[in-house]
Ligand binder design. Structure first.
Ligand SMILES: [Zn+2]
Length: 65
């Protein structure tokens, strides 16, 4: 009798941590320096990359530059 292959395969499947592996694109509209910038980051950016002011970044799906 052969060993059940299904069991072996399902045991190998491990869920990867979501959100930690892929870069996401964020759009940052800064009110301080009046600049719009795009940042690719694993985490949501909290500060403007230009003037370092606190900002609220928006996640964007596709970025056309
Ligand atoms: Zn700024």
């Amino acid at each position: 009798m052969e060993e059940p292959l299904k069991k072996l395969l399902s045991g190998q499947v491990q869920r990867e941590k979501e959100g930690s592996k892929y870069l996401k694109d964020y759009q940052i509209e800064c009110e301080e320096c009046d600049e719009v910038s795009y940042v690719a980051s694993y985490k949501e950016p909290k500060y403007c990359p230009i003037c370092n002011s606190k900002i609220e970044a928006e996640e964007v799906e596709d970025v056309d530059i």
